[in-house]
Design a protein around this ligand. Structure first.
Ligand SMILES: *Cc1c(COP(=O)(O)O)cnc(C)c1O
Length: 225
């Protein structure tokens, strides 16, 4: 199977209401174009430099998502080029995004990344921390950052019970935040959860965006991520 067949098959299995971000990190321009050729337009990268250099060499109607950790010194470079930043994990980063977006005269759509996995290496807010931020005047005064929902990564395990519980927790967080802070806000509507190994469970648990690399492009070459 090639990448084009893989994404078409995936689309048959996932409800149309769920957005698929084709995770193209470490893939070549040719591999990406193969998927693009099927009509797919939504791609995700976890590194700023890689996203920007690929964007330069690919059609301009691609919708790019940043899914990996964002350093504050890269905010300015990336914000004009992405549809959605999935990985906002600190108030400091939010302030930077807001400030640079204001300077650029744009608004930037972001998700709050939550730490739902058992691995400490996976980043993200805990719930209390996120609530503190959403209540703070610092956040309330930000005019150029739009919080569109939540993102999380489940534990890397074959134990589907653990994975399902973590996705449920993220969905619960989404629901509470929606009720408490975004009740009249139509932008707050996304739950980004599910990767190649666990997207089926994620969709069952209410995911609205899945981020899928390996299942589309095949195994990535060892070295990173
Ligand atoms: C790499 C990556 C994915 C995709 O992982 P696959 O297992 O290849 O589908 C999804 N989300 C994030 C944040 C990633 O870094």
């Amino acid at each position: 199977m090639n990448a084009a067949d893989n994404i078409l098959r995936l689309k048959e299995q996932i409800p149309e209401s769920v957005k698929i971000v084709a995770v193209s990190k470490l893939r070549t321009i040719e591999e990406i174009l193969e998927v693009y050729g099927t009509g797919h337009r939504v791609f995700g990268e976890n590194r700023v430099q890689e996203l920007l250099s690929k964007k330069d060499n690919l059609p301009s109607d691609i919708e790019w998502h940043l899914i990996g950790h964002l350093q504050t010194n890269k905010v300015k470079a990336i914000i004009p080029h992405v549809k959605l930043i999935h990985s906002v994990d600190s108030l400091k980063l939010m302030s930077f995004i807001n400030k640079e977006a204001e300077k650029a005269g744009i608004t930037v759509e972001c998700l709050l990344q939550f730490h739902i996995a058992r691995e400490e290496t996976k980043s993200g807010f805990d719930f209390a921390e996120a609530e503190r931020i959403l209540k703070s005047p610092d956040f309330i005064n930000m005019q150029n950052i739009i919080i569109c929902g939540v993102m999380g990564m489940a534990t890397f395990t074959d134990n589907t019970k653990i994975v399902r519980n973590e996705f449920r927790t993220l969905r619960k967080y989404f629901n509470i935040l929606k009720e408490s802070y975004f009740i009249d806000n139509k932008s707050f509507r996304e739950i980004s959860m599910g990767m190649s190994g666990d997207y089926r469970i994620a969709v069952e648990e209410g995911s609205t965006i899945v981020r899928i690399g390996t299942l589309i492009f095949g195994d990535r070459n060892k070295t990173t991520n």
